[in-house]
Design a protein around this ligand. Structure first.
Ligand SMILES: Cc1cc2nc3c(=O)[nH]c(=O)nc-3n(C[C@H](O)[C@H](O)[C@H](O)COP(=O)(O)OP(=O)(O)OC[C@H]3O[C@@H](n4cnc5c(N)ncnc54)[C@H](O)[C@@H]3O)c2cc1C
Length: 401
């Protein structure tokens, strides 16, 4: 693997780092204390600045106004943006829109692309992805109760979803619903675009997650679909291909998520080291003089480096052998990086003592919000089992002495 960063990317990353430091990190105390909706005009202004710098939508297609960076390039961008919880949103590459953009680009009809994809990449609208159900295991999503039944030229959708992230204020949802109950388990569901002003699309509540319901982009909703009727032309891709399309979002999306988490690790680590160097714990004694703190610093630095290399390696595998053959590496990074991040945030918070528990630093926010990384996009256990099964298969018929 070649780790050289091109001159073009060095310039881009330098500009992004400077923007995050100067424009976003200073905004975080307001972000932590005010409602997200009240800050939308400020966020809009920052987004305008990003567009002026021609750094908008780094991973999205050029013909729709993005920069079309490749997977490795965007991985590095994602790491830089991860240093602030506002990074991806302000640069127009936030989940779940990023994944929705990918699948609309790949599977959308011309009409869907004009109506939904173009304004989405432009940041004029937002979207959400509605798959997980309240009563059934998200870890085994083929168990799905939501149905979309054909009636005339329409689909009529009924079901109860939750954790439809960022539904509040979105223009449309991409909903997974069973359209072909007689087919095999992975060919029963379809993805359907549902504008949220459709009668029967009921946003029940923004769920309180770790004590905070949030709003607008920074929220997770419960949605009740009650006889929600949309034209059949809102089907994304082919009928029954919902899981096939979902697989397509997986590889590159995982790299972006994991590099965002590495960015979070870097930020928490910086805060930890700075605090250890500054905090006086006895006359003429800084916290950093204590061996246990030095040990945490060493451990965290090595863990971040190892996790980062794993993600870059997985990205390289996707680019060189393709998503299918890189499945093991794609699963590895999900649980390894999520756990490294959790440990690094925890250590950084501990080093800050009581201050770490407050919202005077970003650490408590990360501690609350990023715990979910071990659950969404496949829980730790699911990925470990899937990796183990693959490995066990590789050993079939192999003589080991
Ligand atoms: C912050 C956040 C944002 C989310 N955003 C979205 C979104 O935008 N759209 C969306 O559709 N969904 C979203 N989700 C939902 C997420 O995808 C599910 O929570 C996840 O798939 C797990 O499903 P579940 O919660 O039903 O847990 P379950 O499937 O009930 O699993 C519970 C636990 O059981 C264990 N487990 C599960 N399967 C196995 C197994 N085979 N072997 C051993 N142990 C197992 C794991 O520890 C797991 O955590 C989000 C979730 C969170 C927390």
């Amino acid at each position: 693997m070649d780790f050289t960063i091109s001159e073009k990317m060095k310039t881009i990353l330098g500009m992004i780092d400077e923007f995050v430091d100067k424009e976003l990190i200073p905004l975080e105390s307001e972000f932590l204390t005010k409602s997200a909706r009240s800050l939308l005009p400020v966020f809009e202004e920052k987004r305008r600045m990003v567009k002026q710098m021609e750094l908008w939508a780094p991973n999205h297609p050029k013909e729709y106004g993005g920069m079309a960076l490749n997977l490795m390039e965007h991985a590095l961008v994602s790491e830089s943006l991860g240093r602030s919880p506002l990074g991806h949103y302000i640069f127009g590459c936030q989940a779940p829109d990023a994944g929705n953009i990918e699948i609309l680009h790949q599977f959308g009809s011309d009409e869907q692309k004009e109506k939904y994809l173009r304004p989405l990449v432009d940041g004029k609208i937002r979207s959400c992805f509605s798959m997980t159900e309240v009563e059934l295991p998200g870890s085994n999503p083929v168990m799905m109760d939501t149905t979309a039944v054909k009636d005339g030229d329409d689909y009529v959708i009924n079901g109860q979803k939750w954790y439809t992230s960022s539904a509040d204020g979105s223009e449309f949802a991409i909903v997974m619903a069973v359209t072909n109950p007689e087919a095999g388990p992975y060919l029963q569901a379809s993805m359907i675009i549902v504008p949220i002003d459709t009668p029967g699309f009921n946003l029940v509540r923004n769920i309180a997650v770790m004590g905070h319901a949030g709003e607008d982009y920074f929220s997770h909703a419960e949605i009740l679909y009650q006889n929600c009727r949309v034209p059949q032309s809102n089907l994304l891709g082919s009928e029954g291909h919902g899981f096939v399309i979902a697989q397509e979002r997986l590889g590159p999306g995982r790299i972006h998520h994991c590099m965002r988490w590495i960015g979070i690790c870097n930020r928490a680590f910086d805060l930890m080291v700075a605090r250890a160097r500054d905090r006086i714990i006895a006359p003429n004694r800084k916290l950093a003089t204590k061996q246990i703190i030095q040990s945490w610093i060493g451990e965290c630095a090595a863990a971040i480096q190892a996790a980062r290399l794993m993600v870059l390696h997985a990205a390289w595998r996707i680019e060189t052998v393709g998503k299918k053959d890189a499945r093991k590496e794609i699963s590895f990074i999900k649980f390894v990086v999520a756990n490294v991040m959790q440990k690094v945030i925890d250590r950084a918070l501990q080093v800050h003592g009581g201050l770490g528990m407050t919202d005077d630093t970003i650490l408590a926010f990360y501690y609350r919000h990023e715990r979910a990384a071990r659950i969404y996009d496949g829980a730790d256990e699911v990925h470990k089992i899937s990796v183990a099964k693959r490995i066990l298969k590789e050993y079939e018929g192999r003589q080991v002495r």
